[in-house]
Design a protein around this ligand. Structure first.
Ligand code: BGC
Length: 366
């Protein structure tokens, strides 16, 4: 099981120089399996801290894999258009306008890898490096602790950043994701989990019939290159109103400039919350299987991306093509472009302070 991902030599040959420099220790890439008392199973690789599979029971107890992904690590390494399936993205998840920001009197330049902006940490973000892994266990959960040291100036960011991401699968069918980081120089940090879900099962058509509720009365509208305008706009009376559950496909094709810019939903929602703790961020129900996923988070925002860039070219682990809108992401996070938006909650981590966030994905069926 562990060596499923060991077929990697050929991928090494196919890598570009910059990628080959980063992925030095191929023998250390492993696949780990977490299980719980309810039959749930989550597979994780230390390449990119990627969740490669999530097996969840439907209303009849039938297990199905609800996470899009690949069978072999070389597909993750060489994926066309880099969909970031299942990965931890960072150092800054989401976009930074023009790949530039000022901090403490200095201007930092980052890779413009999503023209004209910086996206998901750059050319070799946290999704493209090998993490150290350690299996952990409690009385009612199995977990994996993944650590990575992002060096000062790596991808242009300041500071040596030590990160630990822990995945815990509990017997209550929860997948807890805990993020911790410290730095020796002030730096922006915005870590998120980038699993594409299809609660019907990966490769089982589109997600347009999934009923989604997002606990947000406001969202951050964007310009034509998906950078927030700075406004926190009300969702009321717009296709962005998910305060009551509705099918993702209901309004996605409505005439709306924001939907045109995103080619569908690809927007950050401002979570309604009274305090700093875990708050319900979203609930998704898939009517045919009955599967339900609830997300709780300590983060202020959630990016809802409905798989607009999937187009059937990527073929997943069970041989099925991932069609347009064949998966969705709900990425708990700080708002996009925060380093350039003084009115948004700060994403700057300073030496001596701890970055600590938690997101919980809870599964059930009815
Ligand atoms: C972004 C999309 C992007 C996708 C894959 C999402 O987090 O919001 O714009 O296409 O990631 O890179």
């Amino acid at each position: 099981m562990k060596n499923l991902f060991a077929v990697i030599l050929c991928s090494l040959l196919m890598l570009s120089n910059s990628e080959a420099q980063k992925v030095e220790d191929f023998d250390s890439i492993q696949l780990y399996t977490l299980t719980n008392s309810e039959g749930m199973q989550v597979k994780v690789t230390n390449y990119g801290a990627i969740i490669t599979s999530i097996m969840v029971p439907d209303r009849d107890g039938q297990l199905g894999d609800i996470a899009l992904g690949y069978h072999h690590v070389e597909n993750y390494i060489n994926a066309v258009d880099k969909p970031y399936f299942g990965a931890i993205v960072g150092r800054y998840g989401n976009r930074i306008a023009k790949g530039e920001f000022d901090l403490d009197g200095e201007t930092y330049s980052l890779a413009v890898n999503n023209k004209p902006n910086h996206l998901h940490g750059g050319v070799i973000g946290f999704d493209k490096v090998v993490w150290d892994a350690k299996l952990t266990k409690g009385p009612h959960w199995q977990g994996i602790e993944l650590s990575y040291l992002a060096k000062d100036k790596e991808e242009g960011y300041p500071g040596n950043l030590k990160i630990t991401v822990t995945y815990q699968l509990t017997d209550a069918n929860e997948l807890r994701v805990e993020y911790d980081a410290t730095t020796d120089k002030a730096t922006p940090v915005n870590l998120t989990q980038h699993t594409y879900f299809n609660l019907k099962g990966e490769g089982e058509g589109t997600i347009l019939d999934h009923e989604l509720m997002i606990n947000a009365t406001r969202y951050t509208p964007v310009d034509s290159v998906l950078i927030p305008t700075g406004e926190l706009a009300s969702v009321e009376g717009t296709p962005f109103d998910f305060t009551s559950a509705k099918a993702i496909g209901r309004d996605v094709s409505k005439e709306n400039q924001q939907l045109e810019y995103g080619l569908g939903y690809d927007h950050n929602f401002v979570l309604d919350r009274d305090d700093d703790g875990l708050v319900l961020a979203a609930r998704v129900h898939e009517p045919t299987s009955g599967r339900i996923m609830e997300i709780h988070t300590t983060e202020p925002g959630i990016q809802f991306y409905c798989g607009n860039f999937l187009d059937g070219r990527l073929v997943g682990k069970s041989g099925k093509a991932y069609v347009h809108r064949g998966g969705f992401c709900l990425e708990t996070q700080h708002y996009p472009d925060s380093p350039n938006q003084p009115d948004f909650p700060s994403t700057i981590l300073r030496p001596g302070k701890a970055y600590e966030t938690t997101t919980v994905f809870k599964f059930s069926a009815k």
